[in-house]
Write a new protein. Sequence first.
Lengths: 158, 283
Amino acid sequence: MIRYISFELNGQAVGVETPPEARLVDVLRENFGLTGTKEGCGEGECGACMILLDGRPALSCLVAVGAVRSRRITTIEGLLPTAGFDILSRAFNEVGAVQCGFCTPGMIMTAYALLRDNPRPDQAAIRAAMAGNLCRCTGYNMIVEAITLAASRRSEAW
Amino acid sequence: MVDKVNPYPETIEAAARAKGAGALLYAGGTDLMARRAHGAGPDPDAPFVFLNSISRLKGITLSEMQVRIGAMTTMAEIACSPLVPTLLARACGVVGSPALRNSATIGGNVATASPCGDSLPALYVLSAEVELHSPAGSRRLPISECITGPGCTVLRPDELLSAIYVPATGHYRFHHRKVSPRVANAITKVSIAAAAAIEDGIITDIRIAFGAVGPTVIRCTPLERKLTDGRTAVQDLGGGMEQFKALAADLVKPIDDLRSTAEYRRTVAANLLQEFLMSLSGA
């Protein structure tokens, strides 16, 4: 049954007419045209669909849009204007942590939340936080390097 | 009638009635949505009823040496809670992945009742109780009586799981290990949750549970009795190890499946027991 579901999306109050059972990844991509969030597996195991729900990483392919009523969603598009995104994206580029780029938005979402909450993560903490984000191209080391580099430049960005 | 159901009930009773009318309860949504993705799972046309407006399903509270964990409490919240026994925090901390744990709930993990459910062995060791609510009232039972088989619970059609109770534990030594091929997004092949109370070098209480090696959690009651009836000293554990391992290997009921073989699981379960017992005789 179609219902009107309102929530906050990248800082704006929005609403959408949709069945509450619809997947958030589909609503973001198709209703709102925010295609930065990707679908890699559709079963919550690759992290390409990562968004922030009330500021915490969440897998949008496993979230029904009805569950986000009155809550706060941030997508990769919402991170674009932030200083944290700037630091992370520069680090990813400098280190060569982007190949095909499909996993990258999800990686940045998770890394953004990590560095926001943990200013000086060690290798183990980075790998633990990123464990739910898969990459087929890079072999991961460059991504860990990029996050380490971003952390060293973190200062007051967050 | 189920089409008219309010997707955002504010009371447990309303949610239970909606479930009885055929709606699907959405807690963390992770199992529900993953099954949908596979075309499996319950009625594809049934509407969702979202539980996150019901305040009595939330929160971790401590009272009279008991911890009440609302069914909607996420794995992430439990993993970092100072109120929850460390064993349960550890167990919830290995579920899925960091992002998954921000959504997945303990109520969902118990109600799904997978043989591989990661919170379950710890809950059995802690003698957890579940609180079930229906429009007719509520009841509490031990978790071992709530889960009856793979994916099967005693929940009635209009009953929902509202909370888990665990004792606020005293001076127990805990042990937990999940054996899986990856750190994240890996279904458990074998797991152990265990606790022991030791006084003057003697084991006065011991609880050992294995996950993913049976239709439900395997609680090693005969082995536990053997260790406590005999007033086993921790320094003697090494000497009896082969017979303890053999007993554990007999108690587990693993199967061959796409993730592993029964033989592997049996061997590893016995090794996990050894690791636990050796940790007791250490410092």
